[in-house]
Design a protein around this ligand. Structure first.
Ligand SMILES: [Ca+2]
Length: 242
């Protein structure tokens, strides 16, 4: 009987550790800052600069119009198995000051390459994010007096992003729910990787200033962790009374 209880407690403890590890990934993210043409944007970020609608440090700087990076850093500064490849046009700047943090994040960007959409492909996410994750796509182009509208697509999900006329980023992140803004959020994605494409509507351009992958704990995991803690406390309480 005592051995059975010991096994039960050990099993619970192992389960709790697994749940806690999963929950601890909440808040973990991987961010890519598109610098564009560095010789005109000078917008590479230092690792200590915190930025984003989900604030994080250790942004990975993606320079030039096309390229790839491997072993991206996560928001805790650890090397990961995540890689990124991107392709787009470059050399443009919105009217955003080159100040540390959010402003610098939103300064350089890539955009559609002629009639080709801009594309960003991430791989290796399974080892970092395990379960589900959200993808935040930041956009602010040098559109001046013309609103730019573009379709941003990941898999079967397409979100419309509109950079309003005469509007450049001044420090406030605005999620575009249909009325314009400067970032979009793809929710509850799964799998080891994805390709984001950004295609402009006629007369527009499609900018990508940054991409951020944010781990989201599955609701079942959070519930299981809570229930597990209650059971663990009950068993512990009973054991102390005996
Ligand atoms: Ca703009």
């Amino acid at each position: 009987m005592a051995a059975t209880k010991r096994c039960l407690r050990m099993g619970l403890a192992i389960g709790l550790c697994a749940c806690a590890a999963q929950a601890a990934r909440g808040g973990l993210s991987v961010g890519i800052n598109f610098v564009g043409k560095e010789s005109i944007s000078f917008s590479s970020m230092d690792s200590a600069e915190t930025a984003g609608a989900e604030p994080q440090a250790f942004w990975n700087n993606a320079k030039s119009g096309s390229g790839s990076l491997s072993s991206l850093l996560d928001s805790a500064g650890r090397l990961t198995a995540v890689s990124v490849t991107w392709r787009g046009d470059w050399g443009f700047l919105p009217n955003v000051p080159n100040d540390p943090g959010n402003l610098r994040l939103m300064r350089g960007y890539i955009r559609n390459l002629g009639t080709d959409p801009a594309t960003v492909t991430l791989t290796g996410l399974g080892t970092v994010f395990g379960g589900t994750y959200d993808v935040l796509v930041y956009f602010d182009g040098a559109n001046q007096g013309t609103a730019w509208a573009a379709d941003y697509r990941i898999g079967a999900v397409t979100l419309r992003g509109t950079d309003p006329a005469n509007t450049d980023f001044t420090g406030a992140f605005i999620q575009d729910g249909g009325a314009g803004g400067n970032y979009l959020r793809f929710e509850n994605l799964q799998g080891p990787g994805f390709t984001l494409s950004a295609a402009p509507l006629p007369g527009s351009m499609a900018a990508i200033n940054a991409v951020q992958v944010v781990h989201t704990p599955e609701p079942a995991t959070v519930g299981l962790l809570g229930a597990g803690l209650v059971v663990f406390r009950l068993i512990h309480h009973r054991a102390r009374r005996r």
